[in-house]
Write a protein that binds this ligand. Structure first.
Ligand code: FES
Length: 119
């Protein structure tokens, strides 16, 4: 793992952006990683077709937390139809690291929550 990207991931893990639960939200979802049992909750608030605010919470490894932190930062103010293209490759692109199949499940957990909550 490239150390600069490792540091970015650790920073997002230690200081997750958009961590918590929105006081007022339009939708809430809960997903879990069947391999480790970690759970992640996501709350979202829309303005028309746009994501006005989004938060996540839960306990998970550095990869899942960093992925959620980066993903929620990215999608704020995006339109729902802009989220359709977000997939595994997008997550790998923002994390900028190579992942084993098990770690990939961790990284994709926030995307699963986002897809569920925005459909
Ligand atoms: Fe549980 Fe990564 S080990 S989410």
């Amino acid at each position: 793992m490239n150390s600069i990207y490792q540091e970015i991931i650790i920073d997002h893990y230690k200081n997750p952006r958009n961590f918590g639960q929105l006081k007022k939200y339009d939708k809430k979802t809960l997903v879990s990683n069947p391999f480790c049992g970690d759970k992640m909750e996501m709350t979202i608030c829309f303005t028309g077709n746009k994501i006005k605010d989004i938060k996540f919470k839960g306990i998970g490894c550095a990869i899942s937390q960093a992925s959620a932190s980066m993903l929620t930062e990215y999608v704020k103010n995006k339109k729902k139809n802009q989220l359709v293209k977000l997939d595994k490759n997008f997550i790998l692109k923002i994390l900028k690291i190579e992942l084993s199949p098990l770690r990939l499940k961790c990284a994709l957990l926030p995307l699963e929550a986002l897809k569920k909550i925005t459909k």
